[in-house]
Design a protein around this ligand. Structure first.
Ligand SMILES: NC(=O)c1ccc[n+]([C@@H]2O[C@H](COP(=O)([O-])OP(=O)(O)OC[C@H]3O[C@@H](n4cnc5c(N)ncnc54)[C@H](O)[C@@H]3O)[C@@H](O)[C@H]2O)c1
Length: 366
């Protein structure tokens, strides 16, 4: 597309960091937030990178529902577990803090879990499990989110897209990073379809009568009003196992909320009873398992790599010449984009120009 520009990652990252600092975010936190967001663009996860910068973070700071200063309070700290309060600050800052804490605890006790309350959207869950894998640990995280998914046999959007994300270190160039929502698709992808003016595939979204909705702009509006719902992983009904996605989304909702009695489902709309914007007060959880407490890390990595190589080497389906394992496509995309940067379409270009002018940001062209 002619109207798409490839912009170097450093330029995009500096832009986000610069705007955040102007909005009162401490420099060190602005760096963390921009780094998590740009990590998405680097890996081709365009639904969760710079495209989310204005609507999900900048606008929410301006609405007063996202605190630019992320004050972390450690409410409980009991050997292998902790509960922290992010005080409606950035989910990315709380996420990095919590995963570092989980890694440190797991190195000491073998396994650990940190629960986070009063947080906000933390971006790609894969960033945090990659932190664990980079340290030679198995990492796991999940978060609740605005209500989107209807339960099996229901049409009302109840559960968030609730990613259940696991990272495992391997002896390969890329780790095993399974990072996805527990719905067939997630809001960021629908936003991308809306920006690209493309119809949604059938089966991603249902209306209150249970019929597929395919207009992304209509869907985004109807999701906030409760007139549309995303289908759980596996789709509508029981035939394709939709109840499994529904079950996993429920697990994530429980683990993100019940360990600190945080709000859940319809309390996470970001609106109060008078339809005024209010902090989302999301919950996340972070688990780390230190491989060395079980077996030498090198042996584990090789063994895990063998499992993945076996899978990729297995017999291919007609019409397919390649089998992937989780984390591989993002790694390949990272290599592909390394010297090119991210493809930025007209909607995001416009948002960038407006923010650059508003906040008088000076960008160094690479
Ligand atoms: N913070 C939030 O509230 C929130 C909510 C939902 C999703 N998300 C994020 O959105 C991002 C995208 O989520 P999604 O549900 O659209 O993910 P997706 O459907 O694009 O799936 C991505 C995962 O599937 C793997 N994968 C893709 N094709 C594969 C293949 N052919 N074989 C094997 N593995 C394959 C990838 O390596 C990756 O682990 C994730 O980073 C997720 O964390 C965040």
């Amino acid at each position: 597309m002619d109207d798409v520009k490839w912009i170097p990652f450093k330029v995009l990252e500096d832009f986000m960091e610069g705007v955040l600092v102007k909005l009162g975010v401490p420099q060190v936190d602005a760096k963390i937030v921009s780094e998590v967001l740009i990590a998405a663009d680097k890996q081709g996860i365009d639904s969760h990178g710079i495209g989310r910068f204005k609507p999900i973070y900048v606008d929410r700071i301006k609405q007063g529902i996202l605190n630019p200063i992320t004050k972390i309070d450690v409410l409980k700290d009991n050997m292998a577990t902790a509960v922290i309060d992010a005080n409606n600050g950035f989910g990315h800052v709380a996420g990095v803090y919590a995963m570092n804490m989980a890694i440190e605890k797991a190195k000491k006790y073998g396994i650990s879990m940190v629960s986070v309350k009063n947080s906000s959207h933390y971006g790609i869950a894969g960033y945090y499990v990659q932190m664990a894998a980079d340290s030679g640990l198995i990492g796991m995280t999940g978060t609740n989110a605005r209500p989107s998914i209807a339960p099996t046999f229901g049409v009302e959007n109840m559960l968030g897209t609730n990613p259940l994300t696991i990272g495992i270190p391997t002896d390969e160039e890329f780790d095993f990073i399974l990072d996805c929502a527990t719905s067939t698709t997630q809001r960021g992808k629908i936003e991308k379809y809306a920006r690209d003016e493309k119809e949604l595939p059938l089966g991603w979204v249902i209306d209150n009568d249970g019929n597929s909705e395919t207009d992304p702009k209509l869907v985004l509006d109807q999701l906030t009003k409760g007139y549309a719902a995303l289908t759980p992983l596996g789709g509508v009904g029981e035939d394709n196992g939709g109840y499994k996605g529904y079950g996993y989304a429920t697990v994530v909702e429980i683990l993100s909320s019940s360990l600190h009695l945080g709000p859940f489902m319809h309390s996470l709309t970001g609106m109060d009873e008078n339809n005024n914007p209010t902090p989302y007060r999301l919950g996340h959880f972070f688990l780390a398992i230190d491989v060395e407490h079980f077996i030498e890390l090198d042996l584990f990595k090789k063994h895990t790599g063998d499992i993945l190589r076996n899978l990729r080497g297995s017999k291919k389906a007609p019409g397919h010449d390649r089998i992937y394992t989780a984390g591989e496509k993002e790694y390949l995309e990272m290599l592909e984009r390394k010297d090119k940067g991210a493809p930025i379409g007209p909607v995001i270009q416009k948002q960038m120009y407006e923010l650059i002018n508003e906040h008088k940001i000076e960008l160094k062209e690479e």
